[in-house]
Design a protein around this ligand. Structure first.
Ligand SMILES: Nc1ncnc2c1ncn2[C@@H]1O[C@H](COP(=O)(O)OP(=O)(O)O)[C@@H](O)[C@H]1O
Ligand SMILES: [Mg+2]
Length: 349
C-alpha cells in the first residue's frame, strides 16, 4: 500500500522560493520527527502535489500579514486534501480578541474584554482611558495587554487605577510598532479571572486536542498572579499532583466544549488553555501547536523535573497524563497515527 504523504508549510516553508529549499519543519517539537518516522502509513514529502495532508507550522507570534497572504494564496486552489491548522484561521487564534468573540458568540465562557482599534487608541486616547477606568471599576482587577503576543509580553495586571495611563501609553507605542507587520494588533483589556479555590493558588489548564481526541493534558499551579508551567518549583509538586489527579475526573464532562473551542476557530490541532470556574472551562487562548519548555525538558524548574523523573514508578499511576506527554517520541507517533487514520477515514476515496 502506498504511504500517505504529508507536506509542511511555514514562514519559510512550502511557498514562494522556499518551495525549492528542503528545510526543517518549523516549530518542530522534540522527537516529533522521530515519532513521525515510526508511523507505517505516513511520510513527509517535499512536493505539495504529491501530498494528501498539509500541515501549517508557522510560529504565530512571528508570522507577518504578508506571510499569511502568501501562504493563503499557496493553497487557494486546493480542496481535496486534509489541511491541518489552515492558515485561513490564523487571525482567529492569533488575535485573542477574535478568539474571545467567537467563543462568546457560541456560548463558551471566556473573560469579559474590550478590544480597542488603532484609531481609538491614537485619536481618542482620553475616551479610551475613560473606558479602561470603567472596565477597571467593574472588575477591580484587570489585564491590559496586546491581543497577539505570547510569553506574557505586553501583558500587565492592573490592581491600581492610577497605573492605567502609564501602561496604556506604553502599550500604544508597542502596538504602533507591531502593527506595521501585523495589522490586527490591538490593545485589549481583560477581566482578571480569580482562582476559585480559597487558597492563594492559581490553576491553569491546558489540553492538547487533535480532531475529536484528547492527546494529553496538564494542569499547572502556582501562587504567582500570572504564570506559565515553567514557573512552577519543587514546592508546588504536591499541589501539582493533586490538581492533575482531580482534573482527570472533571475532564470527561467538559471534553466536548474543549473540542468545540478549537473547531470554532477553524483549527483541528491545538493546545487549548483555560481556567476552571465552577468546573466550567473559561477559555484564554488557543496555541495551534503546543510547545514551550514542557515539550522539551519537562515541567517546572530543574528540581521539579528531577523529582518527576525519579518518582515515575510511584507517580505514574496517579498522573499518567504527565508521563505520557513527556514520552515525546511515542506521543508524536500517536499524534501522526491519528492524523493518518483521520485522513484514511474521512478523505480517502
Ligand atoms: N483573564 C485572565 N485572568 C487571570 N490570569 C490571566 C488571564 N489571562 C492571562 N492570564 C495569566 O497570564 C498568563 C499568560 O496569558 P496568555 O493569555 O496565556 O498569553 P501567553 O501564554 O501567550 O503569554 C496565563 O498563563 C495566566 O497565568
Ligand atoms: Mg498562554
Amino acid at each position: 500500500m502506498e504511504k500517505n504523504k504529508l507536506y509542511f508549510l511555514g514562514r519559510k516553508q512550502g511557498y514562494s522560493i522556499h518551495k525549492f529549499i528542503p528545510s526543517k519543519v518549523e516549530n518542530r517539537r522534540k522527537d516529533e520527527i522521530n515519532g513521525l518516522n515510526e508511523v507505517n502509513n505516513l511520510e513527509r514529502t517535499h512536493f505539495i502535489n504529491k501530498a494528501n495532508i498539509l500541515f501549517f507550522r508557522n510560529k504565530p507570534e512571528k508570522t507577518t500579514d504578508l506571510q499569511v497572504k502568501l501562504l493563503s494564496k499557496r493553497i487557494s486552489k486546493i480542496d481535496s486534501k486534509l489541511i491541518i491548522n489552515n492558515i485561513k484561521s490564523f487571525y482567529n487564534y492569533d488575535s485573542k480578541d477574535r478568539s474571545f468573540k467567537i467563543w462568546k458568540e457560541n456560548n463558551l465562557l471566556c473573560p469579559d474584554y474590550i478590544a480597542f482599534s488603532n484609531e481609538e487608541i491614537n485619536n481618542d486616547t482620553n475616551t479610551t482611558i475613560d473606558r479602561l477606568y470603567d472596565f477597571y471599576k467593574k472588575y477591580k482587577k484587570i489585564i491590559i495587554r496586546t491581543n497577539n503576543e505570547t510569553g506574557s509580553n505586553g501583558l500587565y495586571i492592573i490592581e491600581n487605577k492610577k497605573d492605567i495611563p502609564e501602561i496604556f501609553h506604553k502599550l500604544i507605542l508597542r502596538v504602533n510598532e507591531k502593527i506595521k507587520n501585523a495589522k490586527d494588533t490591538k490593545i485589549m483589556c481583560v477581566e482578571y479571572i480569580e482562582n476559585s479555590s480559597k487558597n492563594e493558588y492559581n490553576e491553569l489548564y491546558r489540553v492538547h486536542i487533535i480532531f475529536d481526541q484528547i492527546l494529553s493534558y496538564y494542569v499547572a499551579t502556582s501562587n504567582k498572579k500570572e504564570f506559565h508551567q515553567a514557573d512552577m518549583s519543587v514546592n508546588d509538586i504536591d499541589r501539582f499532583i493533586e490538581v492533575n489527579k482531580k482534573f482527570q475526573k472533571i475532564l470527561p464532562s467538559i471534553k466536548n466544549k474543549l473540542i468545540s473551542a478549537i473547531k470554532l476557530l477553524g483549527n483541528n490541532i491545538g493546545g487549548i488553555e483555560f481556567f476552571l470556574v465552577n468546573n466550567e472551562p473559561c477559555f484564554i487562548e488557543l496555541n495551534p501547536m503546543w510547545g514551550g519548555p514542557a515539550s522539551r525538558t519537562g515541567f517546572g524548574n530543574n528540581k521539579m523535573k528531577d523529582y518527576i523523573k525519579s518518582n515515575k514508578p510511584t507517580l505514574y499511576k496517579q498522573i499518567p497524563n504527565i508521563y505520557n506527554w513527556l514520552d515525546y517520541k511515542n506521543y508524536y507517533k500517536n499524534m501522526y497515527m491519528t492524523i493518518a487514520k483521520y485522513y484514511q477515514d474521512n478523505f480517502k476515496k
